[in-house]
Write a protein that binds this ligand. Structure first.
Ligand code: CMC
Length: 392
C-alpha cells in the first residue's frame, strides 16, 4: 500500500489539477479561467460568469443569449415541487431546505442523471442554474409566509430572482438598479473558489459517479457550516451581539485574542489567503455605496469597520496573517437589500452553483479521476478477542 502521508485538513495536499480558478493567497489574486475577479465583478454578469466557469470561455453575444434563454425557460419548478418546498416547518434553517430541494430535484428529472452522458449533464447544468434561482427566492418567501411567485421569463437572472423574492403579487415591480447590480456582483464574487470544503465535497461525492444533484446537495451541506459559508450569517449575528451591548468592540476583541470559549472573529482568516481577500476588498468598496444609495444607515457597518481597524493593527492578527474574508462585509449588503441573516448562506450557495457544477464536470471529463478515498493512520486497539456480554 506504500507510504501514507498524514495531512489533516489537507493543508498541503492537492486533490486534483484544475483549469478553472487560480488563487495566489499571498498576493490576494483570484481569477476565473484567467480573468481577474475585479474585471468580472465590474463588467460581467452572473450568468455570463456561469457560462465562463462551466464552458471555459466567455460566450459571444449569440451564445450568451441562447444560454440565458435556455436557463430562463427552465426557471419554473413543477407544482408538486412547490408543494414539497412548502412542507418544511417555518423555523427550519433555509440551508437544510436548500440541500433537500437540490437532492429532490433529481427525482423530477431522471433524464438528466447520467454523469457520463454529455446531453444529460448539460441539461442538469441548465436545470440546476435555473431552478436554484426560483428555489432560493421561495426559501426566502416561505420564511416570511409570503406567496411564492412564478418566474418571469422576460427578465434577467438576478432581476427576476429579486422580483420573486420581494415583489407583491399583481403589482408592477421594477428592480432598483443599485440593488440588482450589487446582487449580481455578489453572486459573481461567490461563483467559484477552487478546492474549498464544499467544492471538494462536491468532487468527492461525484467521484463515486453520483449524479450532479446529489453531489451539489452535498456541497450545500458542506457550505452550511460556520467555518465555511455559514460565516456570513455568523458575522451578522456577531455584529448584532456587539451592538446590543453584549460586549464593546474592545472587549470582544480581547475575548477573541484570549480564545475565550473558542470565540473567533467571524469573517476573518482564510486557509489560502494570507493577505486581504480580493473579494472582501470589492465588497467593502461597494458596501458603503449600496447602503448610502438605499438610504440605509447601519451602525453594524461602523462596528465592522471598527473591528477591522483593530485587527489590521493588532499583533495577534498580523502574526497569523488574518484579514477579512469574503464573508465579512457581504451580510451588510444582503441585509440592506432585505434578506434576513438566515438567508445569507443560501445566497452564497446560489452564487457558488456555477463553480460546483464546473468543477464536477471537469472531474467527470478528467481521465485521471479516481474515486476519492483518503487513507488513515489507525490509532485504535490492537487485536483482541471477543468476550460475551455476561463475561465483560
Ligand atoms: N479569529 C481568531 N483567530 C483565528 C481566526 C479568527 N477568525 N482564524 C484563525 N485564527 C487563528 C487560529 O486560532 C490559529 O491560531 P493559533 O496558531 O494560535 O492556534 C491560527 O489563526 C490559524 O488558524 P486555523 O484555524 O489553523 O486556520 P485554518 O486555515 O484551519 O482555518 C478558517 C481557516 C477560515 C476556518 C479560520 O480562519 C476561521 O475559522 N475563520 C472564521 C470563520 C470564517 O470567517 N470562515 C469563512 C472562510 S472564507 C469563505 C468561506 O469559506 O465561506
Amino acid at each position: 500500500t506504500g507510504l501514507v502521508t498524514y495531512d489533516p485538513g489537507f493543508m498541503n495536499t492537492a486533490s486534483t489539477s484544475s483549469a478553472i480558478t487560480y488563487i495566489d493567497g499571498d498576493q490576494g489574486i483570484l481569477r476565473y479561467r484567467g480573468y481577474p475577479i475585479e474585471q468580472l465583478a465590474e463588467r460581467s454578469t452572473f450568468l455570463e460568469v456561469a457560462y465562463l466557469l462551466v464552458y471555459g470561455e466567455l460566450p459571444d453575444a449569440a451564445a450568451l443569449e441562447a444560454f440565458t434563454e435556455r436557463v430562463n425557460r427552465h426557471t419554473l419548478v413543477p407544482e408538486q415541487f412547490r408543494a414539497f418546498l412548502s412542507a418544511f416547518p417555518r423555523g427550519g434553517h433555509p440551508m437544510s431546505v436548500m440541500a433537500s430541494a437540490m437532492n429532490a430535484l433529481a427525482t423530477f428529472y431522471p433524464e438528466s442523471l447520467d454523469p457520463h452522458d454529455d446531453e444529460a449533464v448539460d441539461l442538469a447544468t441548465v436545470l440546476i442554474l435555473a431552478k436554484i434561482r426560483t428555489i432560493t427566492s421561495y426559501v426566502h418567501r416561505s420564511m416570511t409566509d409570503e406567496p411564492l411567485l412564478y418566474p418571469d421569463y422576460a427578465r434577467g437572472y438576478v432581476e427576476d430572482f429579486l422580483r420573486m423574492s420581494f415583489a407583491v403579487p399583481y403589482q408592477q415591480w421594477e428592480a432598483d438598479p443599485v440593488v440588482a447590480s450589487a446582487m449580481d456582483k455578489l453572486l459573481i464574487l461567490h461563483a467559484d473558489h477552487e478546492q474549498n470544503c464544499s467544492t471538494s465535497t462536491v468532487r468527492i461525492v461525484g467521484s463515486s459517479n453520483a449524479n450532479l444533484y446529489a453531489s451539489v446537495a452535498a456541497g450545500i451541506n458542506a457550505l452550511s457550516g460556520p467555518s465555511h459559508g455559514g460565516a456570513n450569517e455568523a458575522v451578522l449575528l456577531m455584529l448584532e451581539r456587539i451592538r446590543s451591548g453584549g460586549d464593546s468592540v474592545e472587549t470582544f476583541m480581547k475575548k477573541v485574542k484570549n480564545k475565550e470559549d473558542g470565540v473567533r472573529l467571524m469573517g476573518f482568516g482564510h486557509r489560502v489567503y494570507k493577505s486581504y481577500d480580493p473579494r472582501a476588498a470589492i465588497v467593502k468598496k461597494h458596501a458603503d455605496a449600496v447602503l448610502e444609495s438605499l438610504g440605509v444607515k447601519d451602525e453594524l457597518l461602523d462596528i465592522a469597520l471598527g473591528l477591522e481597524e483593530i485587527a489590521l493593527n493588532d499583533d495577534y492578527f498580523v502574526e497569523r496573517k488574518l484579514y477579512p474574508n469574503v464573508d465579512f462585509y457581504t451580510g451588510l449588503i444582503y441585509k440592506a437589500i432585505g434578506f434576513s441573516p438566515a438567508m445569507f448562506t443560501p445566497l452564497f450557495a446560489l452564487g457558488r452553483m456555477p463553480g460546483w457544477i464546473a468543477q464536477w464536470r471537469e472531474m467527470m471529463k478528467d481521465p485521471s479521476t479516481k474515486i476519492g478515498r483518503p487513507r488513515q493512520i489507525y490509532t485504535g486497539a490492537t487485536e483482541r478477542d471477543y468476550v460475551p456480554a455476561e463475561q465483560r
